[in-house]
Ligand binder design. Sequence first.
Ligand code: GDP
Length: 362
Amino acid sequence: QALSAPVAQSDGDLRSPICCILGHVDVGKTLLLDKIRQTNVQAGEAGGITQQIGATFFPAEVIEQKTASFSSRDRINVKVPGLLIIDTPGHESFTNLRSRGSSLCNIAVLVVDIMHGLEPQTLESLQLLREQKTSFIVALNKIDRMYGWRAQPNGAFCSSFQAQPAATQSEFATRVADIITQFAEQGLNAELYYENRDKRKVVSLVPVSAVTGEGIPDLLSLLVGLAQKHMAKRLTYQSMPECTVLEVKVTEGAGTTADVVLTNGMLYQGDRIVLCGLDGAIATTVRALWTPQPMRELRVKSEYVHHKSIKAAMGIRISAPNLQKVVPGSRVLVVGPGDSEEAMMEEAMRDIASLHNMVKKE
Ligand code: GDP
């Protein structure tokens, strides 16, 4: 469904938080996003491209709709324009997605299979989250696989839980206690989110099912609530644009285009931009700006919406001449009035060494 574009903001307003999804293979990261988006990337809609990076924007209206199953007392008041979810299948992508030296992600969801607990890549993800000092919550996925689970599709977790047989409730309690112990072994305090009184220090566990949609209202409201409450400073909208390249690819009828994440500020059609290229800095002019429809993913071929200007945070496809050699992971510098394009070209090339490493590793 087409939703109206968020209205323009001014300095001091909040921008949309950027959320990354991490976890061991097969814990259900892709299916979880599909369920929230109501798409089918997991079953191949994306044409086998699930190993790349995608960005999906969830407008505030959608988050409000999807959290409506909460009682009015628990419902959150969404103050951000939306939530931009980036799914990063590899650790490389997560560590390299940086904006001005810090992680591009404001908040992360670490997905854990409730039937398996912490797995090797979960531990690696934990390590990365710590190194980058990224706040995160844990989605305990696949609750529907517990014996005797009676699904209450798309419901808030607590009401689903009350509808479960006693044996299922007790299996849940045992599994959660085990997982809490496993987190403790990693030096982390974790609690079920609705029992967690100190959400800044203690990791919140949110039971969910990507198959039945249970717990998704909880997950979304917790994400947005935490971001609004504790990250207001980082989420302050500023007019100075900040932008990072995810991927460079050929788009039918538009030549080589760049998929980028605008993490702050506005980007306009006609902007002069400077990028880091394999053979030196590239200065070019934005010919067109596209986004997928809201709730669609940047990398999935779909109908793109054309924009004259776009506000952060958003995943954007940029059409401009000479993008062929742009280095993924590098910053997009926007030339403002009074800026020296030459100085910016030098600046754009400064992090080339670390980016070269990334290209080699991938
Ligand atoms: P990813 O590797 O983390 O992206 O995992 P996928 O989303 O590809 O899911 C891996 C497998 O687990 C698939 O067969 C999914 O259908 C299944 N799966 C994912 N989430 C759930 C869930 O909540 N419940 C059940 N029963 N199966 C799930």
